[in-house]
Design a protein around this ligand. Sequence first.
Ligand code: B1M
Length: 213
Amino acid sequence: MQVLQDISTNLQSGKAKVVQELVQQALDAKVPVKDILEQGLLHGMSIIGDKFKNNEVFVPEVLIAARAMNRGMELLKPYFAESGVESKGRVCIGTVQGDLHDIGKNLVKMMLEGKGFEVLDLGTDVTPETFISTAREQDCHIICLSALLTTTMSAMQKVVAAAEEAGIRDQVKIMVGGAPVTDEFRKEIGADAYAADAASAADMALDLITQIG
Ligand code: B1M
């Protein structure tokens, strides 16, 4: 569909305002939200990702593409929300220490909110101490950790260890995700759950809540 291709192309050139207008245009034309996200926004971001990997584009271009992606996602947010849903539980989410990638984390947050979770967004480059103090002070049921770099994945293990040290490990579930993360890695570090994408993360969070009871 032309509008989806246009969203992807304009995202790649970082035209945030145009992307926003095109996303609105697609919504007005009743293009399914899932298609706008996957065939428009994520498609464009994935092409940028490949070009970044091959040194065809560099950090500044990727940053402006990411800004365009976030702008487009803002418009989709209301469509993920189920109306009249009671709070399913409280979650704190962040990208782990040393890691500044936030698009996937923002998407997970959006899907969690859509399922009725109260989400405390701690942002990026979040220390284990901040995850633990927030979980403790705000009574979070789940800590959600995102990592995009192989070099920052190890920070997830530090959060699990910090929860144990703080004596809250049996009161809080820990979910991990992000491109380099796998279920194997989740097992290795002793986290409770892994999800491959944002929609599965929201479903997994509902499962975790039933385990807490
Ligand atoms: Co960076 N970067 N980046 N980058 N960047 C990657 C991740 C990389 C794979 C690119 C590449 O070389 N091919 C590579 C990592 C290599 C590696 O570690 N193996 C890389 C690198 C190397 C770097 C720098 C080191 C580059 C440099 O400076 N030389 C640097 C590191 C900075 C830092 O963090 N300290 C860096 C910087 C940046 C920008 C700032 C320019 C920008 C981030 C902007 C922003 O986020 N606001 C950026 C971007 C945009 C990318 C790529 C191109 C796109 C990432 C993205 O947003 N994808 C990425 C290449 C790629 O992924 N193809 C790349 C879309 C997003 C929706 O997907 O985040 O995977 P993702 O989220 C998915 C799932 O993973 C999952 O749900 C989402 C889908 O539904 N998910 C979860 C995510 N979190 C979850 C949590 C869950 C469950 C599921 O539960 C809690």
